[in-house]
Write a protein that binds this ligand. Structure first.
Ligand SMILES: NC(=O)c1ccc[n+]([C@@H]2O[C@H](COP(=O)([O-])OP(=O)(O)OC[C@H]3O[C@@H](n4cnc5c(N)ncnc54)[C@H](O)[C@@H]3O)[C@@H](O)[C@H]2O)c1
Ligand SMILES: [Zn+2]
Length: 373
C-alpha cells in the first residue's frame, strides 16, 4: 500500500509561532498530539452537533489513550451559532471548567466552531490558549490558520472579533470523509484561490487534481491542504493584522462573493465558498473588462470551477436584483477604507493585486451584464 504523505507547516507569526500538522489518521492520535500542550488531565472541547455525531467517540478514545478526559460543549451546527448568545455560552463554559490563561481549549469543527471558540478564548482570563482541529476543507485550508476570530451581529458578518492565534493546528484529511460533498466543493474554492493569488503552478495542479481531491483522494488532499496552508502562513506572517495590504490578497473573490451572500440572505442558497467561486470569476471578468487580463484566462478559471460543480455564472443563481443593488452590498462590506472600495483584481492567473479606487458605478454596470449573461 502506498504511504500517504503528511506535512508540518510552520506559521511564523512574531511572538506567537505555531505549527499546522496535516496527516491522515491524526484524529486517532489527538491525545498524544495535544498532551504536550495541555497542563491538566481535563481538556475542554467545543464542537457542533454534526461533528460530535461523526467524531466524538474517536476523539474520546484518542484522549483516553493518554489519560486525558474531554469536557464537551456541543453547539448547534450552522452559521447562526456565531452569535453573541453562543459566544456567552462558550465563555461561561470555559470559566465553569476553570480554564486558565495557560490552558488550551480545543476547537473541533469547521470555521464556525473555530471562529467562535477562538474568539471566546481571546477573552477568557484576557486570553487563554486554544488548539484548532479543523474538520471542513474550508477550515483546514483557510480559517484555522491566521488567528482571525469573530462572530456575526445584526449589522453583518464577522464585524466583532479579535486576532488570536492558536497554539497548534491539527488537520486530519480523513475527517473530510463525513463532510457533505457540497461543503467539500465549497472549501475547494478557497484552495483554488491560492493558485489565483500568486501561484500559477498551483492553479495548474488544481486543474489536474481538483476533481480527485474533491472525490477524496488521500494524496491530493494532503498536497492541497499543505500547499494552501503554506501560502496562507506566508501571507499571514508578512501581514498578521492586515495592515500593509498583503493579507488583503486572501480576500480575492470575497467582495463580489459577500455581496452575493448578502443578497441570498447568508443562507443555504449560496455557501460561502460558492460565493467565493463566483466572486473569483467575477473579479477575473471585471479585470478583463478593465483591460488588465486576457479573456481566455478568465474563462479558464470559470471552466475549471464549472467542471468541479461550483457555480461560475451569475445567471445560474436566478437573482432578480440589479447590479447596483449588489454594489450597494459592497459598500456595507467591512473592508471599505475611507470611502473608496479596495478591490482585488487580476493581471493573470497567479497575479492578483489590490486596486485602491475602483469605481462602483462601473462595477454595477458590469454586474448588470453578468446578471443577464
Ligand atoms: N477566521 C478566518 O480566517 C475565516 C476564514 C474563512 C472563513 N471563516 C468563517 O468560516 C465559516 C465557514 O466555515 P465552514 O465552511 O467550515 O462552515 P461550518 O463550520 O458551518 O461547517 C459546515 C457544515 O459542515 C458540518 N461539518 C463540519 N465538519 C464536518 C465533518 N467532518 N463531517 C460532517 N459534517 C461536518 C458542520 O456541522 C456544518 O453543518 C464562516 O463563518 C466564515 O466566516 C473564517
Ligand atoms: Zn473565504
Amino acid at each position: 500500500m502506498a504511504v500517504i504523505p503528511s506535512a508540518t507547516i510552520p506559521v511564523d507569526i512574531a511572538g506567537a509561532p505555531y505549527q499546522v500538522r496535516i496527516a491522515p489518521g491524526l484524529i486517532d492520535r489527538l491525545g498524544e498530539e495535544v498532551r504536550p500542550f495541555v497542563r491538566k488531565d481535563k481538556v475542554v472541547i467545543v464542537t457542533d452537533a454534526h461533528v460530535a455525531a461523526a467524531w466524538r467517540d474517536r476523539v474520546d478514545a484518542a484522549l483516553g489513550a493518554v489519560g486525558l478526559v474531554g469536557a464537551w460543549l456541543v453547539l448547534p451546527a450552522g452559521e447562526a451559532t456565531k452569535s453573541w448568545a453562543h459566544l456567552a455560552q462558550v465563555v461561561d463554559f470555559l470559566i465553569a471548567h476553570d480554564v486558565e490563561r495557560r490552558d488550551r481549549v480545543i476547537a473541533l469543527g469547521g470555521g464556525v466552531i473555530g471562529d467562535l471558540t477562538g474568539f471566546a478564548a481571546s477573552m477568557v482570563k484576557r486570553g487563554c490558549g486554544f488548539i484548532q482541529v479543523p474538520t471542513t476543507l474550508l477550515a483546514q485550508v483557510d480559517s484555522s490558520v491566521g488567528g482571525k476570530t469573530a462572530i456575526n451581529t445584526a449589522a453583518g458578518k464577522n464585524l466583532v472579533g479579535a486576532f488570536h492565534q492558536p497554539a497548534l493546528v491539527l488537520a486530519d484529511p480523513d475527517t473530510l470523509d463525513t463532510l457533505p460533498a457540497r461543503d467539500v466543493r465549497a472549501g475547494y474554492a478557497e484552495v483554488l484561490k491560492y493558485g489565483l493569488i500568486d501561484d500559477a503552478d498551483f492553479f495548474d495542479w488544481c486543474e489536474t487534481n481538483g476533481a480527485k481531491l474533491i472525490a477524496g483522494d488521500p494524496e491530493a488532499r494532503v498536497t492541497a491542504i499543505a500547499r494552501s496552508v503554506a501560502a496562507k502562513a506566508r501571507i499571514v506572517a508578512a501581514d498578521e493584522k492586515e495592515l500593509t495590504g498583503v493579507r488583503a490578497l486572501l480576500n480575492l473573490g470575497h467582495t463580489f462573493g459577500h455581496a452575493l451572500e448578502a443578497e441570498t440572505g447568508f443562507s443555504d442558497r449560496l455557501l460561502h465558498g460558492e460565493g467565493v467561486a463566483l466572486g473569483m470569476v467575477l473579479a477575473a471578468r471585471f479585470s478583463v473588462r478593465l483591460g488588465l487580463m486576457h479573456g481566455q484566462d478568465a474563462e479558464r478559471i470559470a471552466a475549471h470551477l464549472a467542471s468541479v460543480g461550483l457555480p461560475s455564472s451569475l445567471a445560474t443563481l436566478g437573482l432578480s436584483c440589479t447590479g447596483q443593488r449588489l454594489a450597494d452590498h459592497m459598500l456595507h462590506d467591512k473592508k471599505m477604507d475611507a470611502g473608496t472600495l479596495p478591490f482585488l483584481l487580476l493581471r493573470g492567473i497567479g497575479q492578483t493585486f489590490l486596486a485602491k479606487d475602483v469605481d462602483l458605478g462601473a462595477v454595477a454596470a458590469f454586474l448588470d451584464e453578468e446578471l443577464a449573461r
